[in-house]
Design a binder for this molecule. Sequence first.
Ligand SMILES: [Zn+2]
Length: 261
Amino acid sequence: MHRLRLIAQPSTSTRSVFFIGKRMLHVSPQSCKRTQDTAPLYQLHARWPKANCPSCNAPLTTSLPTCNNCGYIAPLPSSSKVDYFALFGLPTVKTNENISETEDITRNAFNVDPKELRRRFLQLQKLCHPDRWAQKSPEAAEAAAGQSALLNKAYQTLLSPRKRGEYILSQHGVDILEADNMDEEQDLMLQVMEAREELEEAEGEEVKELLEVNRERIEKATMELENAIAYEDWEEAKRAVIRLRYWESFQRAGTQQDVDH
Ligand SMILES: [Zn+2]
């Protein structure tokens, strides 16, 4: 569970500021402290944006332009225009804009609680489930199908630490090309090749052991990715993603080998 962490305890009585989507939120040091003791990070950050239904004016219950009250539904913009974090009401990609050092709260977008993500996914999915909207009108059915598809894509992206890392990088204009894999340090290449050879020769329990060792590699690379994102070291984050790609691919190959034999 991720708890609220402060880079520096606010030494003055100034309030901390952070963003949820485009909405700014002010938190007094007192409320930070209380939250730190009692609530996980996301309970403070993760609130659905306050918006009202354009049709009946009732408060919308989630980030979706979908109303439980009157049956209003509108299509979401295309995938590239939707912030996946905001869609789930989670703190969006870190921005230091307007935040002084003493006021800053660590808002590493990489810190996602999978259980909370799942809970929110189910809540959103229920609201725009195509079965609910199929009979309403062709437009409503289409909007619901679009929302549902984008929701699935966003969920899969944020659920996987590697894909989440890639997404955060792409939000910062850093794309990882196939060619980048080649530029990665020789050490890693050698390590991957050796591990692959070892795996090919392994049988039964040996495979399980190699998979266990590799799980630790994945864990380590995931932690390195999290740290790199926290420090906004995009080059290091990129290298961590590449390491993850290799070790996840190794894990898939090993798991397959384990099943086949
Ligand atoms: Zn409504």
